[in-house]
Design a protein around this ligand. Sequence first.
Ligand code: ADP
Ligand code: MG
Length: 253
Amino acid sequence: MTPMVAAQSVGKSFGALHVLNGVSLEVARGEVACLIGPSGSGKSTFLRCVNHLERINSGRLYVDGELMGYRERGDKLYELSPKQAARQRRDIGMVFQHFNLFPHRTALENIVEAPILVAGKPRAEAVEQARDLLDQVGLADRADHYPSQLSGGQQQRVAIARALAMEPKLMLFDEPTSALDPELVGDVLAVMRRLAADGMTMLVVTHEMGFAREVADQLVFMDDGRVVERGNPREMLANPQHERTQAFLAKLL
Ligand code: ADP
Ligand code: MG
């Protein structure tokens, strides 16, 4: 079966700075992959390339069998129009470290925005779906709160609900709990755990090794813009093969 994400020797530079140096990996449908690695190793850049928020310089990146951002003809690539790229991106949810909710909109309004404006859903239907999603993330009673009236953990759960409202086939998480006070991390991870159990395909950059061990099907260690090692999380955490993985995990655990 076609993997949900297939990266083949993906390269990305910012000017002279080579950030991704041939990243290859696959995430199967329904799989949860956790991406770990030192700061600056290219994890965020890779996630941004997956939904074509960044343009790759070499290699190929496929989501659900579709080349992201380009059309392939022979061995030549032609860039998609912004509209076509936006259409591809619509099926991919992304959750950031810093929630990025609209500050002047309530939790509910944050969630219904894209379904109404981008997907053209009737308002009543979008509102009903948003209430259902708020319920799923444990915030049914916070629909009319503004982001500033919510804790960081609650804001992040609204951000997850907002991403889910577009009914994505893939969810990308970029250190979703790194900005949270420790006591708020658990509620967010619980929502992600449930999402994983429901079969969502997820690519998660995280430092939460407990989550990686218990929830991930695949652990990917990146360093210096490369995938150094990937495999079964339990095996990799117990017995990392590569020296750099060993050094990184030794500092973390
Ligand atoms: P990570 O998420 O693993 O910490 P990043 O992908 O954020 O790593 O960054 C990898 C490298 O790319 C860093 O050196 C960072 O400064 C650089 N970088 C990221 N985005 C840009 C950008 N838009 N312009 C220039 N350099 C960037
Ligand atoms: Mg990052």
